[in-house]
Write a protein that binds this ligand. Structure first.
Ligand code: HEC
Length: 150
């Protein structure tokens, strides 16, 4: 019994330590999800740069196309600056939104609620400070705690 408990404690500790010791990075964790779930509408072959999208929004929406986000440099544009909090507002499951509704890209995180939650958790860890604030609302401190490791 004591022995079992000992092993159990070791195992649990290792599990927790293992998870927290590994930092969530774009290359290892975020890109694979993005490539599976988002690239169809936000990939380089068909999606325009953000400002090009804005200039001809109707045209791109009619095609069901989003703006380009398929590289690290593109994606972080939607976290801290200049499109501050955009990724977080769109991916949030409704726990942090003002109206309690999920952001409109949340549904693409997975085909089941379990998968969506799992992938959201990875995005949250990657971003670090999961703030939905915009550029005119965010503080320097909040900005500093957005991690987005490569
Ligand atoms: C079926 C196509 C489609 C898929 C799949 C999709 N998106 Fe989008 N996304 C769009 C379109 C179209 C827009 C622009 C319209 C809008 O703002 O809702 C958009 C907008 C966005 C924006 C807002 C950018 C801004 O204007 O600030 C973000 C962030 C975003 N998507 C992230 C994602 C992420 C992350 C995924 C994968 C989990 C994803 N999207 C999957 C089509 C898609």
């Amino acid at each position: 019994m004591v022995k079992t408990l000992f092993f159990l404690i070791c195992f649990v500790n290792f599990g927790i330590y293992g998870a927290s010791a590994e930092e969530v990075t774009y290359r290892r964790h975020v890109k694979p999800i993005f490539d599976e779930k988002c690239i169809g509408c936000h990939g380089k072959d068909s999606a325009p740069e953000y400002y090009a999208f804005k200039e001809e929004k109707e045209k791109w929406l009619a095609k069901g196309q989003g703006m380009r986000m398929d590289t690290y440099s593109h994606l972080i544009f939607y976290t801290a600056w200049p499109d501050t909090g955009s990724l977080m507002r769109r991916l949030d499951d409704g726990k942090n939104t003002k109206d309690g509704k999920p952001g409109n890209m949340y549904k693409y995180l997975g085909s089941t609620e379990e998968e969506r939650q799992k992938n959201l958790e990875i995005f949250k860890k990657w971003v670090g400070n999961w703030t939905l604030k915009r550029w005119n609302e965010i503080t320097k401190e909040e900005m500093n705690s957005i991690k987005v490791l490569y």
